[in-house]
Design a protein around this ligand. Structure first.
Ligand SMILES: NC(=O)c1ccc[n+]([C@@H]2O[C@H](COP(=O)([O-])OP(=O)(O)OC[C@H]3O[C@@H](n4cnc5c(N)ncnc54)[C@H](O)[C@@H]3O)[C@@H](O)[C@H]2O)c1
Ligand SMILES: O=P(O)(O)OC[C@@H](O)[C@@H](O)[C@H](O)[C@H](O)CO
Length: 500
């Protein structure tokens, strides 16, 4: 690892290649690496999280453990392959923090052996997954990649799933690949691999298992039974903020390592990986390198999905209405900061986790979100908000209702987002085009009531949620967003200094 606080600037003609730098400073012998993991969805989060964790693992372990190299599989886009292949799938990762003393630290990540296009190389991928060296199949394919309906069940009407059901031996979806590869392993009397979802879904392993079983059942009920009895899908909690690519990203490897990188990753120093310890076969000794292996992810999931993801969505909803481009800009505004702290208090009161567990976590999240060194766009966080209301916000509303916690502040950001989507603009008229499912956008623009958009029909809470939301909409329209934030913050933390 190279860590240079004030590196000399190097003329661009003298920048080295990432492969050249690796040759000089390699931490392990990549030629000796075996593929132990097949990963679907080699996007930014994967490269900033799992590939980084495995890289550090390989760097720390002896030759025995050099069997956890990764084969990435892309099903949707060729872009990552095009950019990484010329540099042999090596890339730089820069950790950047505005609060730590060592603000910038860059290293070259070597854990990815190859990334292939699963549609072009379907048979190659299936055989890789069925090979004896592979023990793990991991996923970061976004929620869309699971083809779920709003109750998190497999949407068998989805055209990609329908294609795979008709052609199970030449799949196009991750679910189709997993089932076909598990079938091959069963037919060859091999141990099934363990499948780890690393996507932000509530109990991601359970959701994946249910989808896999529903799909397998339609192809071959005996195969479904075999998978149910023999394969495992541990739940995970994953955390590290990896923003969308910024133009300035390549400056970091240029400046810190004097290399030119076509696909750099810039992220925060913090990372968390919590894994339910139920593997069918071999796995890396992850506990040696900071991964939390546990029998129950529940408390970790509560903290992460409520105090980070839901809060992220809440701030983004407010910020897009306020016309704010970056998350740190929003969270450091006094009105946003105070409101967010109070909102976190409400979430803590609604969440069945001891208060003391929440305190430190909440402070840490506020600090992470105010990291101006890591510009994370409100556009990224507010994309697919309709889905996120279902996965992050609705469970909080349900708990708030049953624990008699006021829903007022929890609903306000949703109302702000509805206004931005309905008017396709921020409060001051800047255009805002929601990146969301078209059906949700259409429903909002046609003035559907909030419970309809959130899919809360026939719930006990429907009426309360609708009334609170109507009130919040009126308040924002009458007083403007910032004044409403202040009004909704009255009576709480007023004597405290609001720190950015
Ligand atoms: N970026 C973060 O800060 C972060 C942090 C924690 C978790 N996550 C989770 O990681 C996942 C990926 O996010 P990202 O930031 O890497 O996004 P990304 O857009 O960089 O990567 C997404 C990857 O998924 C693939 N993909 C998209 N739709 C697919 C489909 N229908 N079928 C198969 N593959 C598909 C893309 O080709 C790409 O490889 C998301 O579920 C996200 O919730 C992201
Ligand atoms: O990944 P999503 O789209 O479900 O949620 C957006 C962000 O909250 C999320 O990506 C966080 O940055 C991440 O979960 C931090 O670990």
């Amino acid at each position: 690892m190279v860590n240079l606080l004030k590196p000399p600037s190097v003329p661009s003609s003298r920048l080295a290649t990432v492969t050249g730098l690796w040759r000089q400073h390699s931490l392990y012998d990549r030629r000796a690496l075996k593929t132990g993991i097949v990963h679907f969805g080699p996007g930014r989060f994967f490269r900033g999280h799992l590939a980084y964790i495995i890289h550090n693992y390989l760097a720390q372990k002896d030759s025995q453990e050099q069997r956890w190299g990764i084969c990435g599989v892309s099903l949707k886009s060729q872009q990552t392959i095009t950019r990484l292949k010329p540099q042999r799938f090596l890339y730089t990762l820069t950790k950047h923090s505005s609060c730590a003393q060592n603000r910038e630290e860059a290293q070259v990540i070597g854990s990815i052996r190859e990334i292939v296009n699963g549609r072009d190389k379907c048979e190659y991928v299936l055989e890789k997954m069925a090979s004896s060296s592979v023990h793990l199949v991991t996923l970061t394919i976004t929620q869309g990649g699971y083809h779920l309906d709003k109750n998190f069940n497999l949407d068998t009407a989805n055209e990609d799933i329908a294609h795979d059901l008709q052609n199970p031996s030449i799949p196009t979806t991750a679910i189709g690949f997993i089932v076909e590869a598990l079938r091959r392993r069963r037919d060859r009397s091999m141990t099934p691999f363990t499948t780890l979802s690393c996507d932000n879904l509530p109990r991601n392993g359970d959701i994946l298992q249910k989808a896999v079983l529903a799909y397998a059942e339609l192809i071959d009920p005996q195969l479904a039974e075999y998978i149910r009895d023999n394969a495992t899908f541990p739940n995970t909690v994953v955390d590290r903020i990896v923003p969308q690519e910024q133009e300035s990203d390549s400056n970091y490897p240029n400046r810190l390592l004097q290399v030119r990188d076509r696909a750099p990753i810039v992220t925060e120093p913090f990372w968390q990986f919590v894994v339910e310890d139920k593997f069918t076969g071999d796995r890396p000794k992850w506990e040696d390198t900071g991964v939390t292996m546990t029998s129950d992810i529940t408390p970790f999931l509560y903290m992460k999905s409520r105090f980070l993801n839901a809060v992220h969505s809440f701030i983004a909803c407010l910020a897009v209405r306020a016309g704010i481009e970056y998350m740190h800009e929003a969270i450091t505004l006094p009105e946003f900061n105070l409101f967010t702290r109070l909102l976190m208090d409400d979430i803590a009161a609604a969440t069945p986790v001891p208060r003391e567990m929440c305190e430190q976590y909440m402070e840490q999240v506020l600090l992470r979100l105010s990291n101006e060194a890591l510009p994370d766009t409100t556009e990224r966080i507010s994309s697919e908000t309709a889905r996120k209301v279902g996965k992050y916000i609705f469970p909080i509303l349900q708990d708030a209702y049953s624990r008699k916690v006021s829903m007022k502040r929890i609903i306000l950001p949703v109302a702000a987002w509805l206004l931005a989507v309905r008017e396709e603009a921020s409060e001051s008229g800047q255009p805002y085009h929601a990146k969301d499912t078209q059906s949700a956008i259409t429903a909002i623009q046609e003035g559907a009531v909030i419970s309809g958009i959130l899919g809360l029909e026939n719930c006990e809470q429907t009426e309360v949620v609708d009334n609170e939301c109507q009130q919040a909409l009126r308040d924002i329209q009458t007083h403007g967003l910032l004044t409403t934030l202040k009004n909704y913050s009255e009576g709480g933390l007023l004597n405290e200094t609001v720190s950015a």
